[in-house]
Write a protein that binds this ligand. Structure first.
Ligand SMILES: [Zn+2]
Length: 520
């Protein structure tokens, strides 16, 4: 270095140095909280500073002479990343004027929801994204493009295979969804019309998401003993990952019904073997013994739905078909755990029946459970909470390093309002199956890395400020099967992209959620 240059650089250093320790100002400072950063690292006490929509500081604010426009006293509270829910049915809420704030998720501490699961995601992702962005939403949202939606668009609801042109058309729609920002392809192979597709069809379509680094996310063909059986359905999913080259993700992993109770060990072994072969395999899970579906979804076999609703209703009254339908419903009631395990939860025209089990309704109507189910279906159907899982399998899945938290929130089931605090209360505090750090990791950073949600899911300088502050003693589910829409308690502050959506326990009117796009 030439002397003259050296002189000026020394002068510059002295000038900067003479300003004393650096002082900066943040917009919001969460001060003195127990910080759990989401990465499974142990908790530590410290301060989190936010400028605009970004985390700008983590450490000791006093030592760093950090000033703040607004200070939140987080002492005695826990500060962690906002939760990411990889399986919701919240698109209808986000797209409604009244419910776009998504308060049932904000009050659980969820700041990002995935939508479009079970094969039902849109392929015109840009159009719906634009609509949500301009109206404003309370949480972030991320999309899956849906195989069922695409199949219905190209082939209708028929039990047919696509010809070459039709398959090309379906591939084009998958690419369109991915191009427009979806994070992966979802399938619902248990449901019509996804159930009518072959494994090969699904592999061909899944190949289309590989250039976009998308994830194949699936409600598998059978979580029970309905058709190919749980184990074969797991094998099918793994094969789809192996032959397409895409990471695979099991939606709401479970062993559904008495025939497959105890099979979690075998499922886990298959997943571990696949992971050992280099396939990326993950899953999510909601912490409830009851799944949520409909009488039709749970009890009526798929062939009855083929061709759409009119055909369905016709078949339910067809004397020649009824013996077969009755026998299948009877077997499905047994498989699910009996008529007392099916609780009518919503959407039934006869409102007095909501909150009663199929067994109780059957008594009231003076019909056997099979005829009662048929009567409900002929009257427009009903949602149902189906108590069909055992605790051992739930815990076995929950404790796998590749299983994360989800809600699968649906109308009439408390999971839409309370899955995250339910898991915390039951499995962290009461049963101590998970540590608090691990629960938070499985609800944030693990989900972010699985689906490549960039700059979210952990507290890190430079990440988006999706942050929650909650009281460990007060964080509680309030929704249950008789009151499924009670909001959860104990989350004191929620920041979505740096804006307070909950402040001092109260909802604000902020609509600071973003539509997230993969690869942007
Ligand atoms: Zn599902």
């Amino acid at each position: 270095m030439r002397p003259i240059t050296y002189f000026f650089s020394l002068l510059l250093t002295l000038l900067i140095g003479s300003c004393g320790p650096q002082t900066t100002e943040v917009d919001i400072l969460l001060k003195g909280g127990k910080i759990i950063d989401g990465t499974n690292r142990s908790a530590f006490v410290g301060d989190v500073g936010i400028i605009g929509d970004t985390i700008s500081f983590i450490g000791n604010a006093d030592e760093s002479n950090l000033r703040a426009k607004q200070v939140v006293d987080a002492s005695g509270l826990t500060v962690c990343p906002g939760f990411i829910d990889p399986h919701t049915h919240a698109l209808g809420d986000l797209d409604s004027k009244e419910r776009k704030q998504n308060i049932n998720y904000l009050t659980q501490g969820v700041t990002t929801v995935f939508v479009g699961n079970d094969g039902r995601g849109p392929f015109d992702v840009a159009k719906i994204s634009e609509k949500l962005s301009s109206a404003g939403i309370g949480t972030n949202v991320a999309f899956f493009v849906g195989h069922g939606t695409i199949r219905q668009e190209v082939l209708g609801t028929k039990d047919v295979a696509p010809n070459e042109d039709e398959l090309d058309e379906m591939k084009t729609l998958v690419r369109k969804g991915m191009e427009e920002g979806a994070f992966g392809l979802s399938t619902g192979l248990y449901y019509s019309p996804g159930s009518f597709s072959t494994t090969e069809e699904v592999i061909e379509l899944t190949k289309e998401i590989v250039p976009y680094e998308g994830v194949y996310e699936s409600h598998i063909r059978d979580e029970s003993s309905y058709n190919i059986g749980l184990i074969n359905a797991v094998k099918e999913t793994i094969r789809i990952g192996e032959e397409s080259g895409a990471p695979i993700h099991f939606a709401h992993i479970k062993a559904l019904g008495v025939d497959v109770w105890g099979k979690s060990a075998e499922v886990i072994q298959l997943v571990e073997e696949a992971r050992g072969r280099g396939i990326t395999v993950t899953g999510d899970q909601y912490p409830w013994k009851a799944s949520g579906t409909s009488i039709r979804g749970a009890l009526v076999n798929r062939w009855v739905s083929e061709g759409g609703n009119d055909q369905y209703k016709k078949r339910l009254n067809d004397k020649n078909l009824l013996p077969k339908i009755r026998a299948e419903i009877k077997e499905n009631i047994r498989r699910r755990g009996g008529a007392e395990s099916l609780l009518i939860s919503a959407n039934y025209k006869d409102k007095d029946m909501i909150g009663l089990t199929l067994a109780e309704i059957s008594d009231k109507m003076g019909l056997d459970p099979v005829e009662t189910a048929l009567a409900i279906e002929r009257n427009g159907g009903a949602s149902v909470a189906s108590f069909n899982m055992n605790e051992e399998d739930i815990i076995n899945f929950m404790t796998q390093e590749w299983v994360m938290t989800s809600s699968d929130g649906s109308t009439g089931h408390p999971r839409k309002f309370a899955s995250f605090p339910e898991k915390y209360r039951r499995y962290v505090v009461e049963n101590q199956v998970l540590t608090l750090e691990n629960f938070i990791y499985k609800s944030s950073a693990l989900t972010a890395s699985t689906f490549t949600v960039e700059k979210r899911g952990s507290l890190k300088v430079g990440n988006f400020a999706d942050v929650i502050v909650f009281d460990e003693d007060e964080y509680n589910p309030r929704a249950n099967f008789s009151e499924p829409t009670n909001l959860s308690e104990g989350v004191k502050y929620v920041l979505v992209n740096g804006q307070l959506a909950i402040e001092n326990g109260n909802l604000t009117e902020a609509l600071s959620g973003s539509v997230l796009r993969r690869n942007q």
